[in-house]
Design a protein around this ligand. Structure first.
Ligand code: CA2
Length: 155
């Protein structure tokens, strides 16, 4: 592992299917915070750090793949992604992230390892710089903090 001085300046936050329902259903698993609240908080942190941040949520696999492919030309240099249910199913979204070669952190609100066995495998974790799972919506903030830390470690 090499230590590099590198700070992300153009970050994409990708939210997978059904995360638009956050705060409106199943608060016992996912909490009461809405997706809008999460994005607003991340926007503030990005503004304080003077970096660009973009947000994209979609329920369709192809739309998420197209957004990842757009990163090849839009200057995105870091991705924070909660692939939601596609975590456990989508070789296609995995292939898109592998193809663009942009470092990413995988975030899950719940601890996928303490849930049903079908949630305990991720198609993304081995490609990710790191995975945050089970820390609630705080996980997004921690991932952003990491992306903005000049002493962060990359493989
Ligand atoms: O814990 C996570 O963040 C998950 O990625 C959330 C996914 C689930 O399929 C993964 O196994 C773990 C589900 C996102 C759906 O979010 C909802 C939020 C509110 C109400 C219903 C669904």
């Amino acid at each position: 592992m090499n230590e590099k001085e590198y700070t992300a300046t153009n970050i994409l936050i990708l939210h997978g299917p059904n995360l638009n329902l956050l705060g409106t259903r199943e608060p016992e698993i996912y909490g009461a915070v809405t997706l809008q609240d999460i994005n607003r908080n991340l926007s503030k942190l990005a503004a304080n750090a003077d970096i660009k941040i973009d947000f994209f949520q979609n329920n369709a696999e192809f739309a998420l793949i197209d957004r990842v492919q757009l990163c090849m030309t839009d200057g995105t240099d870091f991705i924070i992604i909660n692939p939601a249910a596609y975590t456990h199913t989508s070789v296609a979204l995995r292939d898109a992230l592998a193809a663009v070669k942009i470092p990413f952190i995988e975030v899950h609100i719940s601890n996928i390892y303490s849930r049903e066995s079908f949630r305990q495998h991720s198609y993304f974790s081995d490609l990710a710089i790191g995975v945050i799972s089970g820390l609630g919506v705080k996980g997004y903030e921690l991932a952003l903090q990491y992306a903005l830390d000049p002493n962060q470690l990359h493989n």
